[in-house]
Design a protein. Structure first.
Length: 214
């Protein structure tokens, strides 16, 4: 990359972090008069906690917002520079912001929705291949955290499968599928501890039918 592209990349990474830092869940909860998501349930601002606290409709808004704050930074980097390396740097910055938001005391979501948003732009086929892992694990175990962990981990082998079909896939894309998953695993450190000790909270599938937990 030349000096101009490096400067653009630096600006884009900062912008991407700030976009990823937007606490969509908190903003939606405040707008609809719901509780502060950081004070209920898991204390996180992502879609699962929004579903518990706000119901299906507003949880869907939160999920869409989280996807967009991952997808838009990557699209912006692609439009401005056309460099795969800059795209993945911006994707990583957005996920970092989603997990450690400067606007939410450096504690917001787990980065899953934002990470999926980045991958939908970087390589949507990998998302399609990894999604069944996420869904099946949750249905079998009712642990959203475990589904998120294994679903994100599945992104890397999914990208390796993509390489067989699209051999000219940029190397930064493949590396990002592993690095992005690592960020999500770091954000789930407390979940991993609870899973190991058998104290992780299970997901109530009735909430998907519009029922609130008792």
């Amino acid at each position: 990359m030349d000096q101009s592209t490096l400067l653009q990349a630096g600006v884009l990474v900062v912008v991407s972090y700030l976009m990823g830092s937007i606490p969509v869940g908190s903003l939606v909860a405040r707008r609809v008069g719901g509780p502060d998501l950081r004070s209920v349930g898991s204390g996180r601002t992502g879609g699962t906690n929004a579903l518990r606290a706000l119901g299906r409709k507003w949880a869907a808004v939160v999920v869409i917002g989280d996807l967009l704050k991952g997808a838009l930074p990557v699209l912006l980097a692609r439009f401005v520079t056309g460099e795969p390396l800059v795209e993945v740097l911006c994707g990583g910055a957005a996920v970092t912001g989603a997990i450690w938001s400067i606007f939410a005391g450096f504690r917001s979501g787990r980065g899953v929705g934002t990470g999926v948003g980045t991958m939908l732009v970087i390589q949507p086929i990998a998302v399609v291949l990894a999604t069944p892992v996420f869904v099946i694990v949750i249905l079998l175990t009712r642990y959203v955290s475990l589904g998120s962990l294994l679903g994100s981990a599945a992104m890397f082998p999914a990208m390796l499968l993509v390489l067989l079909v699209v051999p000219d896939t940029p190397l930064p894309y493949v590396i990002y599928s592993a690095v992005g998953a690592s960020l999500i695993w770091i954000a789930h450190a407390d979940n991993i501890d609870r899973l190991v000790h058998g104290s992780e909270r299970k997901f109530d599938l009735d909430m998907l039918a519009g029922k609130r937990p008792g």
